[in-house]
Design a protein around this ligand. Structure first.
Ligand code: NAD
Length: 356
């Protein structure tokens, strides 16, 4: 056990900068010593922040003071860098997605076993407050048994230029945001198998990659997750919309504004006469008596720590043998298998059966 664990970062771009900002607050036992990046401008930025700018990745990996390596490069080189770092005796945290395919992830998992190193993934959105609020509310039973969970992130500004638009570098929205939204729901249903996936995509701005996708992921318990990532929506849906057998949950946005409307009187005695609405007569869709439902306002859960600290806390606990990782490589593998199935689905226009 140490007072401090020194971190070396390979790939000091935007996300690594975020790790720097959060770790600089000193809430964890992890301190950044230095970085390596192929781009000399990023090394200059690191030096300006008082960090060591290593001349090569080998120099960083051979520094005996470095305990942990953060791999935060573009996705196509994650696997090789993770394996090399563990071979050099470092624990590794890798940005998501570790790899675009399960076959590429397996050797990384094997390396962690072979070199007896802690290997985890930055699935940091498990602590997003909107997700925690949805999970807690559903698990409280207030809307009854859930059967549809809709999870969406939608923008209208297209995708940022650069590697995200290039397939060979691991671009596209499935690997960028899809990995988070799928991980959140597979974490929620960690012991329930995913049995099928159907997915369609659009390439509106960038023909090479999916800049929009819509997916249906079915769990063995019957819960149907509808996941959508979009970059061309000028009117957006709620962040979360969940149907339970006794109520409905909606969370509008990342601010956690939302509500539950739950049934307190089934109103199953139907009037003899048909009801007239602006759209004509109906019985089934007639508005209900407002006194037959209860509305519960939802708000931001203030007790949740939603930043990168929990990702590092669980890693340090695992290094010190105090607890198992909460973000396990096996979980990353499940998510990657689902993403692969989604991509196969949009290529074949078929429902892909799974058991993961
Ligand atoms: N967890 C999250 O919420 C989150 C958010 C954004 C990005 N990410 C992930 O972080 C990673 C980086 O994304 P970003 O937005 O920071 O991209 P970025 O382009 O800003 O940064 C990537 C950096 O890696 C460097 N690089 C590329 N190949 C390298 C190599 N072989 N050796 C050394 N440096 C190399 C580039 O020069 C660049 O500075 C991606 O895997 C992405 O999916 C995660």
């Amino acid at each position: 056990m140490k007072d401090k664990y020194l971190l070396g970062i390979i790939g000091f771009g935007g996300m690594a900068g975020h790790h720097y900002t959060q770790l600089s607050k000193g809430n964890t036992k992890v301190e950044i010593k230095g970085v390596f990046d192929l781009n000399p401008d990023r090394l200059k930025v690191a030096e300006e922040k008082g960090l060591v700018a290593y001349k090569s990745k080998e120099e960083l990996l051979c520094d005996p003071e470095i305990d942990i390596v953060l791999v935060a490069t573009t996705n196509e080189v994650h696997a090789d860098l993770c394996i090399e770092a563990m071979k050099c005796g470092k624990h590794v945290i890798c940005e998501k997605p570790v790899t675009p395919t399960a076959d590429e992830l397996l050797p990384v998992m094997e390396a962690a076993k072979k070199y007896n190193k802690v290997f985890t993934v930055d699935q940091n959105r498990r602590t997003n407050k909107d997700f925690v609020l949805m999970k807690r509310t559903v698990e409280s039973g207030v809307i009854g048994e859930p059967y549809v969970i809709e999870s969406r992130v939608e923008g209208s500004r297209g995708m940022p230029s650069g590697w995200r638009t290039i397939k060979a570098l691991g671009g596209g929205m499935m690997l960028d945001w899809g990995v988070h939204l799928i991980d959140q729901l597979m974490y929620m249903y960690y012991d329930v198998k995913v049995t099928s996936v159907y997915c369609t995509k659009n390439s509106i701005q960038y023909p090479e990659v999916d800049d929009n996708f819509r997916m249906v992921m079915t769990f063995e318990n019957g819960v149907e997750a509808r996941i959508e990532v979009a970059t061309n929506n000028y009117i957006t849906h709620p962040r979360w919309y969940v149907l339970g057998k006794n109520g409905t949950l909606q969370i509008d946005d990342w601010n956690c504004d939302g509500k539950v409307v739950r049934c307190i009187d089934k109103e199953d005695k139907w009037a003899e006469e048909i009801v007239y609405t602006k759209a004509g007569p109906t019985k089934t869709m007639a508005p209900r008596n407002p006194n037959s439902v209860e509305t519960i306002t939802l708000s931001e859960p203030m007790d949740v720590v939603d930043n990168l600290d929990p990702v590092y806390w669980q890693m340090v606990d695992a290094i010190e043998g105090k607890a198992e990782l909460t973000i396990k490589p096996e979980e990353a593998l499940r998510v990657i298998k689902v993403m692969e199935a989604a991509m196969k689905s949009w290529e074949t226009n078929e429902v892909i059966k799974l058991n993961v």
